[in-house]
Design a protein around this ligand. Structure first.
Ligand code: SAM
Length: 246
């Protein structure tokens, strides 16, 4: 009965989003989404989400300077940088390498860079988190990924790459929306939204149990907190936030 109800609501949502499904069928949605819709969405609606969680991000990155490398520099790689909303949280002088699978965020990135001139921008890579071969092994003191593991094709492969590029004692900071509690109505609605959401928001999966990937990833220390962020968008709740040390 529950399965049928789920299918019914999914079909209703698909009907509402019919133009997008149609464009997708014609092979037109993905290029439009990646070049125009998603970058615009990130700079407008998603910017509001980022503002709502600003205090949590500030708190998350508070101990970032503690991971400064032996050379006295803090070398940081961000995966899924998007429009660069995290630049404001990095300490002065931090050497940042940005990477994203989608190269179409130049406008938002330029805006964030001009607002955040306290850090050094080293490189901008078009790279999926699962394949960071352009970044040498053990070369980073810190890796940051916020709201990214929901969209990568493989969270476990991405975490393997994160570990490879980190030096021993380096840190990975994360903030992710995850699957709600089993048997909850929240999870039911996440499952209803799942296919349409994934199509609309460039692969974003609502029901990932990302904390399990982090627990399996063999970091030497894992500080992970389950929490509810002050966001109005019910499907992207709850969250996990924290950091893992290699
Ligand atoms: C929801 S946005 C988050 C952006 C930013 N990290 C933030 O907190 O505002 C997700 C980002 O992950 C990127 N992304 C999606 N799949 C990816 C992948 N496989 N590897 C790296 N980045 C990816 C998207 O292009 C997008 O910039």
């Amino acid at each position: 009965m529950m399965e049928l109800t789920l299918l019914f609501f999914r079909a209703c949502l698909a009907l509402l989003a019919m133009p997008i499904y149609l464009l997708s069928f014609l092979g037109l949605w993905k290029p439009f989404c990646r070049k125009i819709f998603f970058p615009y969405f990130m700079e407008t609606v998603f910017e509001i989400c980022n503002n709502n969680v600003k205090k949590h991000k500030q708190e998350l990155f508070r101990n970032l300077p503690d991971f400064t490398g032996p050379s006295g520099e803090l070398k940081l790689l961000e995966i899924g940088t998007g429009c660069g909303t995290n630049f404001q949280f990095y300490p002065p002088g931090c050497k940042v390498t940005c990477s994203d699978a989608n190269p179409n965020f130049q406008q938002g990135l330029s805006r964030s860079m001009s607002k955040n001139q306290h850090i050094h921008y080293e490189r901008f890579l078009t790279a999926a988190g699962e394949d960071l071969h352009q970044v040498p092994s053990g070369s980073m003191d810190a890796v940051v990924g916020t709201w990214v593991l929901c969209s990568v094709q493989s969270a476990s492969k991405t975490l393997k790459e994160v570990q490879r590029v980190l030096r021993p004692g380096g840190v990975f900071y994360f903030l992710e929306h995850v699957a709600a509690n089993p048997s909850s109505w929240k999870l039911f609605w996440q499952q209803v939204f799942y296919p349409t959401w994934k199509l609309m928001f460039d692969g974003c999966c609502l029901t990932r149990e990302t904390w399990k990937d982090l627990e399996k990833a063999n970091f030497s220390e894992l500080k992970l907190q389950h929490c509810i962020m002050p966001l109005y968008w019910a499907p992207i709740k709850p969250h996990i936030i924290g950091y893992a040390v290699k």
